[in-house]
Design a binder for this molecule. Structure first.
Ligand SMILES: Nc1ncnc2c1ncn2[C@@H]1O[C@H](COP(=O)(O)OP(=O)(O)OP(=O)(O)O)[C@@H](O)[C@H]1O
Ligand SMILES: [Mg+2]
Length: 548
């Protein structure tokens, strides 16, 4: 007879990563109807943009969303790009195997990383409608079309109806996914907003959305400048955790000693540094294979790396690829058509001592800026990581936190919530510290929150100047109107008092006097800047230091 232990363990089973994510769909962004649809659009659009950037192609993306069954939340989503396409050999794995892709093993600033986005969409289609995704890949004088599903048990792709054609088809990828339990809406979490925000942060992108409500939205590109290709860099030792180190070491195939692995795979590690680390971790054999590195040893190594006595040269920051001031200005003007725009340009900074990042912040005010509900505008915060919009998990995000901490009254905004203002923040980094696998919020690292605050406050000071200008202009106008009210009466009374009868002429002269006084003040910029000392230098820097 089987023992209790045997009985319990007769149930012991393995499951694949695909089965794991089937059970934990929310980790991939498939939770809630609106979010699920936005996630699908996000995964395909980020892939198209990454692929075009790598191929040096100006991206053109068209998304078509068809509503198939409102009650069941069933939609067909077709995404088509003009990127490099995917070769037949990799097509199955790219869309039908989790943790497979071209970006996972490199350390470069791209939107995707895990090799789970596209295959996650395939899984979602499969488990909600039972349908495969239909793919057409065009590249190198070929067109390959097929249908892909994932064998969830083995996490491997299944391809059917494969058709190959030779000819001149250009290049690009088209993916068609049928999903259920989803919803298209125009809320700030919906697919439309996702596309609009993507256009804002990617001025080189031409993107069109054919929405299920019949709307055909086209966001034309505002710049022909293709972003620089991502550069592959080595991570700085200060930026890695024990888990990362184990991952890197166990994946290592080329270097046979931990000492050479450390020098060759990480930035700023010299033979002298390895010797220093050797001194700090005497019980680790630096000559053994990286694959044999144990957790406890890796833990000690990371501790030694972070020991304040070990001085490191800061990492290079050339891996960080921002959008650019001019580019952001163009797209904000193009899409929001605000009355006023300011973009701050800041240098890359470093967090955790080893991870370079850069914050770009912009403020658009008036006109089409802000959230609109009929005629009423309110403020909106548009968050990005590596140009990909972050629509969800607002409350736990470093960007929202930074905006909340700013005293907006200081910048002439009495009720921040009710202002026609859009705050745009993009964080660029090879390693963006997300709060979860859903990649929708940036963790509240102190150095990051601080830098975001500084960037926004720098922009806010320009906004303040602009708003003070408007207020002064209004004041001046009111004063002029008030004086003008007395002119006619005064011009009648004055000659009477002086005993002469030339009131019409006097009135003309008085009007002229007032007109000249007020227009010359405007032209000469008199009292234009209440010199508050808030110039770009001096006090500003102090403010940042004192304030935060
Ligand atoms: N539109 C596309 N054009 C060219 N290649 C693509 C396209 N979409 C996906 N790929 C390829 O398929 C791979 C898998 O895509 P997937 O979205 O699953 O992962 P990823 O983008 O690498 O990482 P993440 O899971 O973070 O999105 C990509 O790494 C890329 O090589
Ligand atoms: Mg992806």
């Amino acid at each position: 007879m089987a023992t209790t232990t045997e009985k319990i363990f007769s149930e012991f089973k393995e499951h694949s990563v695909a089965e794991f994510f089937k059970k934990n769909q929310q980790m991939l962004g498939f939770s809630g109807k609106t979010r699920s649809l936005t996630t699908i659009v996000h995964e395909y659009v980020t892939n198209s943009l990454d692929a075009c950037e790598e191929g040096g192609i100006l991206p053109e993306v068209t998304i078509t969303i068809e509503e198939l069954d409102k009650e069941a939340g069933k939609y067909r989503i077709i995404t088509e790009d003009n990127g490099p396409g995917i070769p037949e050999k990799h097509l199955g794995k790219a869309l039908g195997q989790m943790l497979a892709g071209t970006k996972f093993h490199r350390y470069a600033q791209q939107r995707g990383q895990q090799g789970i986005g596209a295959s996650g969409c395939t899984m979602y289609a499969q488990i909600t409608t039972g349908k495969p995704v239909k793919v057409v890949s065009r590249y190198d004088h070929k067109r390959i079309s097929c249908e892909i599903t994932i064998d969830l048990k083995s996490n491997s792709p299944k391809i059917v109806n494969l058709v190959k054609e030779d000819g001149e088809f250009g290049s690009g990828l088209k993916v068609e996914a049928e999903i259920a339990d989803a919803k298209y809406d125009k809320s700030s979490f919906g697919a439309y907003e996702y596309v609009r925000r993507t256009a804002l942060a990617n001025p080189h992108l031409q993107i069109a959305l054919n929405a299920p409500d019949g709307e055909k939205a086209v966001f034309p590109r505002s710049s022909d400048k293709i972003p620089e290709k991502p550069v592959i860099v080595q991570p700085h030792p200060l930026g890695i955790s024990t888990n990362d180190l184990i991952d890197f070491a166990h994946r290592e195939r080329e270097f046979i000693r931990i000492s050479s692995f450390l020098q060759e795979r990480f930035a700023r590690v010299s033979p002298a540094k390895v010797d220093e680390l050797r001194g700090l971790v005497p019980d680790l054999d630096f000559n053994k294979k990286p694959a044999d590195l144990q957790w406890i040893e890796a833990e000690k190594l990371v501790k030694a790396i972070q020991n304040p006595a070990v001085k490191w040269i800061a990492p290079a920051t050339d891996s960080v690829k921002p959008i650019g001031k001019e580019q952001i200005e163009k797209s904000l003007n193009n899409i929001l058509a605000p009355q006023f725009v300011v973009v701050t340009e800041r240098s890359p900074k470093i967090f955790k001592g080893g991870i370079p990042f850069m914050v770009e912040a912009a403020i658009a005010y008036g006109g089409g800026a802000g959230k609109k509900a009929g005629d009423i505008a309110s403020s909106e915060v548009i968050r990005y990581a590596n140009r990909a919009p972050l629509l969800f998990d607002n409350s736990g995000c470093a960007i929202s936190e930074a905006v909340k901490e700013i005293d907006w009254k200081r910048y002439k905004l009495k009720n921040f919530e009710d202002e026609p203002i859009s705050i745009f923040v993009n964080i660029s980094s090879v390693y963006v510290p997300y709060t979860s696998a859903g990649k929708q919020a940036i963790s509240n690292e102190e150095e990051i929150v601080q830098e975001i605050k500084n960037a926004i406050m720098e922009a806010a000071r320009d906004l303040q100047r602009y708003l003070s200008g408007i207020n002064r202009e209004k004041d001046r106008h009111e004063r002029k109107k008030a004086i003008m009210r007395y002119v006619t009466q005064l011009s009648k009374d004055l000659p009477e008092l002086a005993g002469k009868g030339k009131s019409a002429e006097l009135e003309k002269k008085l009007v002229h006097l007032i007109e000249t006084k007020y227009s010359s003040q405007i032209e000469n910029g008199e009292d234009d800047e209440e010199s508050d000392g808030n110039g770009k230098n001096g006090k500003v820097e102090e403010e940042e230091d004192i304030d935060e």
